[in-house]
Design a protein around this ligand. Structure first.
Ligand code: GTP
Ligand code: MG
Length: 222
């Protein structure tokens, strides 16, 4: 076979593991809370929250992980998600879409009320069992990303760092960036590249979340 005949590695969406995807496909919008007292009682259900800078791709990630367009609202305009938005899965398992941080164009008072909301949730929520931190693969980790990583380590909270929008870089550049961040952070945190557009890294993220939420992904897909 000549070089030109050799099949080129494809960037097409990877084959889906339907058993793994099934519980995510059953996720439903539960509520959007502007204050923590609007959340369901903190009685031991388990939650995985998605945190990251505004526009990092949190809501888009939830949509592809749950295989449901439009489940979480996305937007080109940073600051779209302004409340704690909760999605319910099986048996009291939940996914939480958090408002993004670092968006400068909102009024200071609103920014600080978002911060109080997110900080309070992260600090006090006993149901919080794992945190997915999302960061644009093209940008350096923000101070807040670093703080979140340190905070997860201090609290011994399971944490997954997703480097989003990997489709915006060439395969080689994305892989180099991934290796660089992994080397910076060491083995204490799982770091993966992710693309909502190309559905790259979706099953890996599902597997991590399923582990944290102790989802049953062995029964046949519905
Ligand atoms: N090319 C590309 N664009 C993406 C990807 N993920 C998200 N986007 C785009 O990035 C923008 C922001 O995405 P969102 O998912 O709304 O980001 P967010 O982090 O929820 O933003 P806030 O709610 O404002 O904090 C939208 O225009 C998305 O279409 C991706 O994997 N690849
Ligand atoms: Mg959002």
């Amino acid at each position: 076979m000549t070089t030109s005949q050799r099949p080129r590695p494809s960037r097409a969406a990877p084959a889906v593991d339907h058993r793994l995807a099934a519980p995510f496909r059953r996720a439903r919008f539960a509520l959007a809370a502007a204050a923590r007292d609007q959340l369901p009682p903190d009685l031991g259900g388990i939650e995985v929250a998605f945190a990251g800078r505004s526009n990092a791709g949190k809501s888009s990630a939830i949509n592809v992980i749950c295989d449901q367009n439009g489940l979480a609202r996305t937007s080109k305009t940073p600051g779209r998600t302004q409340q704690l938005v909760l999605f319910e899965m099986d048996d009291g398992r939940r996914l939480m879409d958090l408002p993004g941080y670092g968006y400068a164009k909102v009024p200071v008072a609103m920014r600080s009320s978002w911060r109080d909301l997110v900080d309070g949730y992260l600090r006090d929520r006993q149901s919080l069992s794992g945190l997915v931190i999302l960061s644009d693969i093209r940008q350096a980790l923000t101070d807040f990303d670093q703080q979140m990583l340190q905070w997860c380590a201090a609290r011994q909270l399971q944490c997954l760092l997703l480097l989003t929008k990997a489709d915006k870089l060439s395969r080689g550049a994305a892989s180099a960036r991934l290796q660089q961040i992994r080397a910076e952070l060491g083995r204490s945190v799982q770091v993966d590249q992710f693309s909502a557009l190309k559905k790259d890294g979706v099953d890996k993220a599902r597997r991590w979340i399923a582990g944290v939420l102790q989802l049953d992904v062995t029964s046949p897909a519905a």
